[in-house]
Design a protein around this ligand. Sequence first.
Ligand code: UT7
Length: 328
Amino acid sequence: MDKTFAAITGVAGYVPEDILTNHDLEKMVDTNDEWIVSRTGISQRHILKDPSKATSDMCVEAAKVLLEKTNTKPEDIDLIIVGTVTGDYVFPDTANLLASKIGASNAFGFDINAACSGFIYSIVTGSKFIETGTYKKVMVCGADKMSSILNYEDRSTCILFGDGAGAVLLEPSNAGGLIDAVLKGDGSGCEYLHMKAGGSLNPATIETVTNKEHYVYQEGRVVFKYAVKGMSDTIKEVLERNNLTNDDIDWVIPHQANKRIILSVADQLDFPHDKVLINIENYGNTTAGTIPLVLRDFEDKFQKGDKIILTAFGGGFTWGSVLLEWTY
Ligand code: UT7
């Protein structure tokens, strides 16, 4: 019997209208456009300013486009998975809110908390429901409202992140789709990238708020090194175990945290830079949103049969690489 793969059959994305440029940030913290562009590759990021909107609302916008593009009725969606660390609430999960908001009345859903690896963890999880024949239509979103957990007085983090959402539809395919994935995790990396308070260890108190512990904390230099190694190692592993070389790969789609990280990974593995897709200049790091937003922005380049690597590294630590074959 032919193996059933989970294929991406459509991609969509959404970023809010409001833009925060490097020049805007120059007026907020001690930084400058030259430093930000040369150290990160970022020129601007989109910010969800409307206080009544949250991560699920960005997912809704992406999901609506996805449903229309793929000619899918919301009630035909079986399962929704949202990769995010900035869900609307600690509970309930964003995926269920999203399902209700788009009328996916037959779907159940859940969130995956894997920070910048949220999309790849989610797409691999979603693919298993398709490969086993359990479901036919799985929507996978990666979305974060990072502006809700950033300290805009901390120049080392606030310049890096933006808000955004992406969504893909997974459907069964007999030729192409998600071929293989290597996913990794190491909780000892927590100390270098986390949010100090708001969880069960340090619930919100007046002190945690006063001490600004509800924001992203990152030791950037350490994370940088682990990120380059983690993405490079897992790309190598997924290529080797599928008997592939760089020449067999048409596109590499890395998580967009820092252009220097992306190019270091490409150089370590000898990938020509024109195979490595980058849009960080426009959005900054949208955490779980980066990879689906790259898929959206570069969709026109992909040809049926193209072999694509998705790779990510993020808080947890979480990381990994996915090999897929494009099917349309
Ligand atoms: O997506 C989740 C995973 N996250 C990542 O992958 C992020 C990984 N890390 C990074 O991307 C980089 O480490 C950063 C962009 C966060 C920082 O770049 P860096 O080249 O590692 O800079 P650094 O932290 O070593 O700082 C170099 C200097 C410091 O000054 P001194 O100590 O050399 O005088 C910083 O204080 O740059 C200073 N600095 C800034 N200067 C102007 C830090 N942030 C800024 C800023 N503007 N915004």
